[in-house]
Design a protein around this ligand. Structure first.
Ligand SMILES: [Zn+2]
Ligand SMILES: [Zn+2]
Length: 389
């Protein structure tokens, strides 16, 4: 089959690789009909995620058709149209049983690497490094789905892929980010990053009762999308100081909650950005925490920081005194897709949510190298690419 294989920093290739096979009774093989490039795939593309190896198949946001199931999978059959969560959960451990699927104890066979680094193991994620399981990713014609009897969601035949695909990853990530904010009527929620996750976080924040949502980015087309579809007020942080603008827009108090939908490759401005870019290049810090710093200072006293952008290692110069003295609450983590997918599917089927507006490009899988470059460089107003195997 054809698959997108990582080569080295900023290089992927579409290669011919062996088809996946059923290895365990609870496996299913899915023929992929749509797979998206996630913002967090750019961290892999750029070479920022440790333990990604040359030749690894990447990609974790996908849907398709079941072609084969193992003996232990009784709820799916060949021909079923399905969406699969990006985080892999076993369904049986303490964490899966408590709906914390991305913290699954059992899905990551390379747990020893993570245990050394993080103290514990978290769930595996498709195509997201050997540290996070070493599973083949889904930017391919076929993928093996482990624990397919839990988590995989059957979807109706009458809706197009681009309305359903994102319940795999981007929508539950945004939704969980908003849920973390414990939004009360009248709240103002600020969202850093207007990619797909940011857009869905904004829409979710309104669904949960926010009175005002403020979007922060530097790309006019993304801010435009946030205005048009997520009904957000917008700040272009290259034109104005985001911290000061947030104060002005919240009567001097700061937002009640702040959502980071950017992660470890944040761009700052001026000296701070230079400092982070340099330290990251010298491998003196792995992650650029510009958004985290800005949120800690901008958030109102007693507010909540919700971190959905991916971080992988170490950050530097955090204004922790501000966070502590202001009594901020931090919530964060990889999303628990399995907890939210049915609810999100229902919202889509009921016509309350149409996520297809985020798709700016649909390309054949073969064009993945071009797609990655375009998405990374934000060329051609690229916000979300869907690859079609
Ligand atoms: Zn993702
Ligand atoms: Zn589990």
């Amino acid at each position: 089959m054809k698959a997108v294989c990582w080569q080295s920093a900023n290089e992927v290739r579409v290669e011919t690789v062996p088809d996946p096979k059923i290895l365990n009774p609870r496996d299913a093989i899915i023929k992929i009909t749509s797979t998206a490039i996630c913002g967090s795939d750019l961290h892999i593309y750029g070479g920022y995620i440790p333990t990604v190896q040359k030749g690894d198949i990447i990609g974790h946001e996908f849907m398709g058709e079941v072609v084969e199931v193992g003996k232990g999978v009784n709820n799916l059959k060949p021909g079923d149209r399905v969406v699969v969560p990006s985080t892999i959960g076993c369904g049986n451990c303490h964490y899966c049983q408590h709906d914390m699927w991305s913290l699954c104890d059992n899905s990551n066979p390379n747990s020893w690497i993570e245990e050394k680094l993080f103290g514990n193991v978290t769930s595996a994620i498709y195509g997201y490094s050997h540290m996070l399981g070493g599973y083949a990713g889904a930017q391919a014609e076929y993928v093996r789905v482990p624990f397919a009897d839990v988590g995989v969601v059957k979807v109706p035949p009458d809706l197009p892929d681009e309305m359903l695909l994102f319940i795999s990853d981007a929508i539950p990530t945004g939704y969980m980010g908003a849920e973390f904010c414990d939004i009360q009527p009248g709240d103002t929620v600020a969202v850093w990053g207007c990619g797909a996750v940011g857009q869905f976080a904004m829409i979710s924040a309104y669904m949960m009762g926010a009175e005002k949502v403020i979007a922060i980015d530097r790309f006019p087309e993304r801010l435009e999308m946030a205005k048009k579809y997520a009904k957000a007020e917008v700040i272009n942080y290259e034109e104005v100081n985001a911290g000061e603008a947030l104060k002005e827009m919240t009567g001097g108090r700061g937002p009640d909650a702040c959502i980071d939908a950017v992660g470890l490759e944040a761009h700052g401005v001026g000296l701070e950005d230079f400092y982070d870019q340099t330290k990251q290049k010298l491998r003196l810090e792995t992650d650029r925490p510009h958004v985290l710093r800005e949120m800690m200072v901008a958030c109102r006293k007693g507010g909540t920081l919700s971190i959905m952008g991916v971080y992988g290692g170490f950050v530097d110069k955090m204004p922790f005194g501000a966070a502590f003295n202001k009594g901020l609450t931090f919530r964060m983590g990889q999303m628990h897709g399995q907890k939210y997918m049915h609810l999100l599917l229902k919202l889509i089927m009921d016509g309350k949510l149409d996520p297809s507006f985020v798709v700016t490009h649909q390309l054949p899988l073969e064009e993945a190298p071009h797609a990655y470059q375009m998405f990374q460089q934000k060329q051609d107003n690229c916000i979300k690419v869907v690859l079609k195997p």
